[in-house]
Design a protein around this ligand. Structure first.
Ligand SMILES: *[C@@H]1O[C@H](CO)[C@@H](O)[C@H](O)[C@H]1NC(C)=O
Ligand SMILES: *[C@@H]1O[C@H](CO)[C@@H](O)[C@H](O)[C@H]1NC(C)=O
Ligand SMILES: *[C@@H]1O[C@H](CO)[C@@H](O)[C@H](O)[C@H]1NC(C)=O
Ligand SMILES: *[C@@H]1O[C@H](CO)[C@@H](O)[C@H](O)[C@H]1NC(C)=O
Ligand SMILES: *[C@@H]1O[C@H](CO)[C@@H](O)[C@H](O)[C@H]1NC(C)=O
Ligand SMILES: *[C@@H]1O[C@H](CO)[C@@H](O)[C@H](O)[C@H]1NC(C)=O
Ligand SMILES: *[C@@H]1O[C@H](CO)[C@@H](O)[C@H](O)[C@H]1NC(C)=O
Length: 819
């Protein structure tokens, strides 16, 4: 008899005297079966997972699947016969006579079968605690890790911890995910995810046969395009890339946490959920694509996508749109081309770009032993090599990755991006170096004589004035001296206290993710509630300066500043703040529902409070702090809706650290930056005034400055147009509905235009702002504000010769030895 007939024969025989015995334990042996009609199930030993037949959603069809036993919503993590449903409840799962795992239906048709890698004398099916369904040889014992077959090799739409997504190259097995077609139908939809076998491999999500999202290559720490994969308290990742295997897997740090990642067809998203015991619900932990810039190739070649920018696609410096017409009508997919052709040969050089997601690696090449210099030399020798960088950044940086052909799908990250060295013709490099020299000459010509003069004046003054006065001077200028004797006053919390207070930085205590790291809520033993900010971005070297800074800032006290209670030094530095229950201002004003909770009186109060807080930072405190990142999400609200500015001084701290090269972060949020900062990198208290002006408009209108996305006009432009047309009240947030005192609103709008003047010297100081808010006298007429329309800062007014060297637009452009 031929094999298929033999098989059928045995199947029928088996079916005829089916063991009437159903399993309720945690294994199925050759003499047992799992039968839909009895509703029997198989559980994992620890009771986390359960397997059985089910009908998804509104469907009547039956499938064999695995789900969480204790969660009533029956979140199915794996489906066996997703391609071939059973129409009635006749399904049976069993081991057939050849030792294979099969599902049979009423007519003894084989609905599904598992390809085991070899025969077993004593085959046993077991559902492991990880949710992996395995077929193993019973003689191997429980602890065996060689399986004849395992469901983890055939994932459906869900990744569980310990599951490998990627390739077993020896077996040619590609473990990739495919979304369910719909909640009623587990058959494969058109959304899939897997690792691509490029020289520099990366994960790619496909929508049909269109590339939809790429993770970026694994850089030793994380996927280049997934800064959110950074160290977190819940899980860790392992990426394996050798001759035999290429995969990513994740491990739980606390085995009792439940987490799953699914591909969701309905919104084309990769979503990680974590089960919250507190709320008995799945909490969305991360989702990809996270924003518009994650869409594959949105900006075309040689173009940078930055969500904080408008338009979000910007040609890299030295490039311009291939088709300006399309580009201006917001179709960026054509990308950019070089302004000057490559010389191709020894004339070319490279420009370093920082903070990026590495481009598409379809045409890439990697050598893990090359250093950066060899990498550069090799890239330079091949004219189609367009860029290079370290392939691994887990240490100080090692290995070499190169790109051939156009560089596609580059985006910028505020934090966690990478350096990329992009090939440029000599002419472009020389142009830059001339700029650089020009600036050096200016610096030498201006700064040196100026400092000589200042020093002279200082010594003359010192010499003239009597020591008594000089002492007061020192006290004012060098609070650091003073603080050293007040060392004991520095509120230092020990790590154990903070760990306890935040329930070991438990996920449930997480309040959110700030610019510099996650923020947790905690409760001290004395009952005080605190917010703990873990600063992932601070290096060890920076720690001392950082502590000095914290000592100073901890002394700042004002009703409208969040109180810094102290700090704590663990593996990372942590800042301990007072806890404010009412979240940040942006959660209210930009939300149609919650916006109603803030009437005009509240909002006016908030505007005045922010103004007073800023005035204190600018003038009254000993430190004279420029906030540099004033925005709605940095204004927290206390239980009485009083505003408290947060994150002050941090900008200053990090700014100082930047020279050490350990952060590529440019402080500030583009939508709130003053023109002189965005274009020339100049910052003063008046730039904070500008940000304040934007904040006032946002509070009045309930709209984000960068929110008016398609019109290429921002909120300032919109407000000014309404003002110029004589209908400024049209700006008012509909949420305010009747609560407004129109004269106050008008005064605030008027005042915001004064704050938004293009030239810093035309803007009022915070002191004048506070006075103007509190009085009713006439205000000076405003001129047209700056930044009416968002423009590409790289194309900004050409009179500013420094613009290319400044870190504008949050890409840092640095010159690399131009030969
Ligand atoms: C399971 O169902 C079959 C067919 O209906 C029946 O013969 C058998 O006794 C049932 N077994 C158990 C354990 O209920
Ligand atoms: C279920 O019904 C469909 C359509 O009637 C048929 O194509 C399919 O083969 C049936 N499946 C089984 C397992 O009988
Ligand atoms: C079993 O192997 C065959 C041929 O190699 C393949 O077509 C089929 O998809 C495999 N089935 C499963 C469930 O992996
Ligand atoms: C692990 O998580 C569980 C449930 O969230 C918690 O009860 C337990 O204390 C955690 N264990 C550790 C070592 O953190
Ligand atoms: C997929 O996304 C939709 C829309 O966000 C959501 O309602 C649904 O619950 C998600 N599916 C799963 C399996 O989580
Ligand atoms: C990578 O570089 C090392 C040392 O320079 C060399 O021995 C090796 O052959 C290179 N590998 C490839 C794939 O070129
Ligand atoms: C440059 O690199 C490409 C891609 O690896 C290769 O096809 C081409 O032959 C190389 N050219 C030279 C001159 O080495």
């Amino acid at each position: 008899m031929d094999a298929p007939y033999l098989f059928l024969f045995f199947s029928i025989i088996t079916l005829l005297h089916l063991p009437g015995f159903c399993t309720a334990g945690d294994t199925i042996t050759a003499s047992q079966s799992l039968r839909d009609v009895n509703g029997s199930t198989l559980s994992s030993r620890d009771g986390t997972f359960e397997m059985g037949f089910f009908s998804p959603g509104n469907s009547q069809k039956r499938f064999l699947g695995i789900w969480y036993k204790s969660i009533p919503a029956k979140n199915v993590v794996w489906v066996a016969n997703r391609l071939n449903p059973i129409n009635d409840s006749s399904g049976v799962l069993m081991i057939d006579d050849s030792g294979k795992l099969v599902i049979l239906s009423s007519k003894s048709a084989v609905v599904w079968s598992a390809n085991s890698t070899g025969p077993a004398r004593d085959p046993v099916v077991q559902l492991l605690d990880t949710g992996n369904l395995v077929l193993r040889d019973g003689n191997d014992g429980d602890s065996g890790t060689t399986y004849l077959w395992q469901s983890f090799d055939y994932p459906t739409d869900t990744v569980l911890p310990e599951m490998k997504i990627g390739w077993d190259l020896r077996r040619g097995l590609d473990r990739r995910l495919t979304a369910w077609k719909s909640p009623d139908d587990p058959s494969p939809g058109d959304f899939s995810w897997g690792l691509e076998l490029h020289n520099y491999p990366e994960a790619v999500a496909w929508k049909g046969n269109q590339e939809y999202f790429r993770s970026g290559p694994w850089n030793g720490l994380r996927y280049s395009g997934a800064p959110e994969q950074r160290a977190n308290p819940l899980f860790s990742f392992d990426f394996v890339n050798d001759e035999d295997e290429l995969y990513l897997t994740n491990h739980l740090k606390n085995k009792s946490v439940l987490t799953r990642t699914i591909l969701n067809q309905s919104n084309y998203a990769w979503e990680r959920y974590v089960w919250s015991e507190a709320t008995l619900a799945w909490k969305l932990f991360t989702t990809v694509p996270k924003d518009y810039c994650d869409k594959y190739g949105l900006c075309g070649a040689y173009s940078n996508c930055d969500v904080t920018d408008l338009p979000i696609c910007q040609c890299l410096p030295g490039f311009s749109p291939k088709s300006p017409e399309k580009w201006n009508s917001m179709d960026w997919s054509g990308g950019c081309t070089r302004n000057k052709p490559l010389d191709c040969g020894d004339g070319d050089g490279f420009i370093k770009f920082g903070g990026l997601k590495l481009p598409d690696t379809t045409f890439s090449w990697v050598n893990r032993t090359f250093d950066l210099k060899e990498c550069r030399a090799k890239c330079l020798r091949n004219c189609s090599c367009m860029a290079y960088t370290h392939s691994d950044i887990s240490g100080p940086g090692s290995g070499c990755a190169m790109w051939f052909g156009d560089l596609v799908d580059i985006r910028h990250f505020e934090e966690g991006g990478q350096d990329l060295y992009i090939r440029m013709p000599r002419s472009a490099l020389e142009l830059k170096s001339r700029h650089w020299w020009e600036i050096a000459v200016i610096v030498i010509a201006v700064i040196v004589p100026a400092s000589v003069l200042l020093l002279t004046c200082y010594y003359i003054r010192r010499w003239r004035k009597k020591p008594k006065e000089a002492k007061i001077d020192e006290g004012e200028k060098e609070p650091k001296n003073e603080s050293s004797k007040e060392d004991l006053e520095l509120p230092l919390f020990d790590l154990a206290t903070i760990t306890d207070a935040t329930d070991n930085f438990s996920f449930n205590q997480k309040l959110g993710e700030g610019g510099f790291g996650p923020v947790y809520k905690g409760t001290l033993p004395d009952g005080r509630q605190i917010a703990v900010k873990r600063l992932s971005a601070i290096s060890r070297q920076g720690a001392r300066e950082f502590k000095n800074e914290v000592k100073l800032i901890a002394k700042l006290q004002h009703r409208n500043l969040v109180k810094l209670l102290g700090c704590c030094e663990g593996e990372e530095m942590m800042l301990i703040y007072e806890y404010l229950p009412n979240r940040s201002l942006d959660a209210f004003i930009f939300d149609g529902t919650r916006g109603k909770l803030l009437d005009w009186q509240n909002r006016f109060n908030i505007i005045c409070g922010i103004a007073r807080g800023l005035l204190y930072l600018h003038q009254d405190s000993r430190l004279r702090i420029i906030h540099r990142d004033l925005k709605a999400s940095n204004v927290l609200l206390d239980e009485k809706m009083n505003p408290k500015i947060s994150d002050f001084g941090m900008a200053r701290t990090f700014g100082g650290d930047q020279s050490e090269g350990n952060t590529n972060r440019v402080v500030g949020t583009y939508g709130y930056m003053a023109p002189e900062y965005a274009i020339d990198g100049l910052f003063s208290v008046k730039s904070d005034v500008f940000s304040f002006g934007i904040l006032v408009l946002e509070i009045i209108s309930g709209k984000r400055n960068r929110g008016l996305f398609h019109s290429n006009q921002n909120l300032i432009g919109h407000a000014w147009r309404l003002y110029a047309e004589g209908r400024p009240l049209d700006l008012i947030d509909p949420c305010l509905d009747g609560s407004c005192i129109l004269s106050e609103v008008l005064r605030c709008i008027h005042l915001s235009f004064l704050c938004l003047q293009h030239h810093p010297e035309n803007r009022p100081s915070m002191a004048s702002v506070v006075v103007m808010l509190g009085s009713e006298g006439p205000l000076p007429p405003p001129k047209q504000p700056g930044f009416l329309i968002d423009k590409n800062p790289f194309e900004g007014d050409s009179s500013s010769s420094k613009q290319e060297l400044n870190s504008v637009n949050e890409i840092t452009v640095t010159l690399v030895e131009a030969r």
